[in-house]
Write a protein that binds this ligand. Structure first.
Ligand code: 2P0
Length: 332
C-alpha cells in the first residue's frame, strides 16, 4: 500500500481551568484526578515528522537546532508509535513553537498533541480522537486535552491500563467567548518541571489528599459554569482552583514556589481591576506567567493594565480555538 510517511500537524496550547496536578501511574502517565481546559487559537506548535528507512537513529530538531533537551522523551514517544505501527523506522522530527518554551505556557501540551497527530497521519494509523488523546497523554498529560478544540475535560479514568484516561470535548470554542491574556513575567525555562513537581507534591505535601478530594467538586462546578456559559463563574472557579493547586505545591518539601515578584504584582493588578468592576480573573500554571481571563470586549483595557505592571515583559493574547490538526500530508 502506498501511504504517506511524512506529515505536518499543528496544535495549540491549552489553559487548565481546573488543574491537573498529580499522577496515579507514572509509567503510563495517568492523572490522579480529571482536569478541564480551554484550547487556544494561538501559542502554536508546528511539527513535521518523517519516518525514513535511511535514518539510523531518530533526529530531533527543535527550532532548527539539534538539541538534547527533551530528546529522550520524544524518542520514548516514537518507540510507542513504532510498537503500535509494527515498524522499526526511525523518524526525523522538526518542531517549532511561536511562544516561549517551558516557562509555564504548556509547550508540552501543544508539542505532544502535534506530534501524536503528525505521527498518526505519517504512519497511516487512523486513530480515533480518543485514541489520539490517549497517545498524546503518554507524552504529556496536558497534551491529551489539546487534541480537542474549545473546552475539554480530561478523565482520570479507573482502568490500570489507562484505556479510559483520555479527554473529551465539552463545548465548542464559540460556546463561551473569552480572551486569555498572558502576562509574561520571565523568560527561560522553569527550574522544576511539572513531572518532578507533581512527584514531589504527591510524596511530600501533607495537603495532597485534600487536593484530590477537592478536584472532583471543582470539576463538577466548572462543568456547570461552562454549560451555562457563565464567564464570571468560570473565572471565579478557575482562580480558586489555581490557588488550591499552588497551595498544595507550596506544601511540598522542598516547597514549590513558581512565582516571582512580578507574578504577584500581576495577580494584584487583576484583583485591582476586579475591584473597579471589571470581570477579570487569573490563573497560573507551573511557571511564573499570569493568565488573565476576561470577556473579549474587556481585553484591550485589561491588556493595557497588565502591560503597565513593572516587570511584565509582554502580554500575549489568545481566544478559544481549534483542536490539533494535520496541515499537510506528503505521499512518499
Ligand atoms: C495543567 N499543568 O492542568 C497543569 C497545571 C501545569 C499546572 O498539565 O508530567 O507538562 O508531562 O504529564 O502535562 C503541566 O503538566 O505534565 C500541566 P506531564 P504536563 O495544565
Amino acid at each position: 500500500m502506498h501511504r504517506p510517511l511524512t506529515a505536518t500537524a499543528e496544535a495549540t496550547s491549552n489553559i487548565a481551568l481546573v488543574k491537573y496536578w498529580g499522577k496515579r501511574d507514572l509509567a503510563l502517565n495517568l492523572p490522579r484526578t480529571g482536569s478541564i481546559s480551554v484550547t487556544l487559537d494561538s501559542l502554536t506548535t508546528r511539527t513535521t515528522v518523517r519516518f525514513d528507512d535511511g535514518l539510523e537513529a531518530d533526529r530531533i530538531e527543535f527550532e532548527g537546532n539539534h538539541s538534547a533537551r527533551g530528546t529522550a522523551r520524544i524518542v520514548r514517544f516514537l518507540d510507542l508509535l513504532r510498537a503500535q505501527a509494527e515498524t522499526d523506522l526511525h523518524a526525523h522530527v522538526e518542531t517549532q513553537n511561536n511562544f516561549p518554551t517551558a516557562a509555564g505556557l504548556a509547550s508540552s501540551a501543544s508539542g505532544f498533541a502535534a506530534l501524536a497527530v503528525a505521527c498518526d497521519a505519517a504512519l497511516g494509523l487512523g486513530l480515533s480522537d480518543s485514541e489520539l488523546s490517549i497517545l498524546a497523554r503518554r507524552g504529556s498529560g496536558s497534551a491529551a486535552r489539546s487534541i480537542f478544540g474549545g473546552y475539554a475535560e480530561m478523565r482520570a479514568g479507573e482502568e490500570a491500563d489507562g484505556s479510559d484516561a483520555y479527554a473529551v470535548p465539552i463545548a465548542d470554542p464559540e460556546h463561551l467567548p473569552l480572551t486569555l491574556l498572558v502576562a509574561v513575567t520571565a523568560r527561560g525555562e522553569k527550574s522544576i518541571g511539572s513531572t518532578e513537581g507533581m512527584r514531589r507534591t504527591e510524596t511530600t505535601s501533607p495537603f495532597f489528599e485534600g487536593w484530590t478530594r477537592q478536584v472532583p467538586k471543582d470539576l463538577a462546578a466548572m462543568r456547570l459554569a461552562i454549560r451555562d456559559a457563565d464567564l464570571e463563574q468560570v473565572g471565579v472557579l478557575a482562580e480558586t482552583n489555581c490557588l488550591r493547586m499552588h497551595a498544595v505545591a507550596l506544601g511540598a518539601h522542598p516547597p514549590l514556589l513558581y512565582w516571582n515578584p512580578t507574578t504577584v504584582a500581576a495577580m494584584q493588578a487583576v484583583k485591582e481591576l476586579r475591584g473597579q468592576g471589571r470581570g477579570v480573573w487569573f490563573t497560573i500554571d507551573a511557571g511564573p506567567q499570569v493568565k488573565a481571563i476576561c470577556a473579549p470586549e474587556d481585553a484591550s483595557h485589561v491588556a493595557r493594565h497588565l502591560r503597565a505592571v513593572p516587570g511584565v515583559i509582554e502580554v500575549l493574547q489568545a481566544v478559544p480555538g481549534p483542536g490539533a490538526r494535520v496541515v499537510s500530508e506528503i505521499p512518499s
